[in-house]
Design a protein around this ligand. Structure first.
Ligand code: C5J
Length: 216
């Protein structure tokens, strides 16, 4: 059993029943020319967390923990992309449009792949999801329960969209969740900070947060 100095109070977990979820560390969100930039965002700040996510992955791999890597991506025929998602707003490129890294957020295209250095190792799970939450329209809950997972560590992007949505979904399903503060990032620093605070408020109403330095 490991006890981390976390907020709002210590977080205890057994690596054997804990999984690391690495959310959407994809070129489409982190690199210029992808989905994130098409929405008008400055994507440069997201790449800064890659070294910390790598250290967290190494920590979990050393302890033989289950690791799940998600990617937000759609079928090439976009049958799993609701029109409301594709048509909302006025992005420079919509989901499915051809861009510099292939079709935006389409599975199999270069942009929908993992950023260099953060690809799954043999035995780790890769989950393609059509929504912001990783439990929506995927078999994630069954995958975790089949492996007797009760605790989840979170990393990835973006903090207030896919990370927070997935953490809330997990919390409602009874998982004990911790977000690693410096292994997550947003295009909006204030949104990242607000998400960290709302997760751990009210006695860990969604879960815990801790920096990677808290890991022994
Ligand atoms: C977004 C994500 N921001 N992975 N996706 O659209 O957070």
């Amino acid at each position: 059993m490991i006890t981390l100095a976390a907020a709002p109070f210590p977080y205890r977990f057994d690596p054997a029943s804990t999984a690391l979820l690495v959310i959407d560390m994809q070129r489409d969100f982190v690199e210029p020319g992808g989905f994130g930039e098409s929405l008008g965002n400055d994507v440069s700040r997201l790449a800064a967390i890659v070294p910390t996510v790598t250290k967290l992955l190494d920590w979990c791999r050393t302890r033989g923990m289950l690791v799940v890597h998600t990617r937000e991506a759609h079928r090439p025929d976009l049958a799993d992309c609701p029109p409301a998602k594709r048509m909302r707003g006025a992005p420079s490129l919509r989901i499915g449009d051809p861009g510099p890294m292939g079709r935006i957020l389409v599975d199999g295209e270069p942009g929908a792949g993992f950023v260099p250095g953060l690809t799954p190792a043999p035995g780790e799970l890769e989950l393609v999801k059509p929504g912001k939450g990783a439990f929506h329209a995927t078999g994630l809950d069954a995958l975790l329960r089949a492996r007797a997972i009760s605790h989840l560590l979170f990393a990835g992007v973006t903090t207030e969209v896919c990370v927070q949505t997935t953490m809330r979904e997990a919390n409602d399903r009874g998982y004990e969740c911790l977000l690693v503060e410096d292994a997550t990032e947003s295009y909006f620093p204030a949104f990242r900070q607000a998400t960290l605070e709302m997760i751990r408020a009210q006695g860990a109403i969604v879960g815990w947060t801790a920096p990677f330095d808290a890991f022994p």
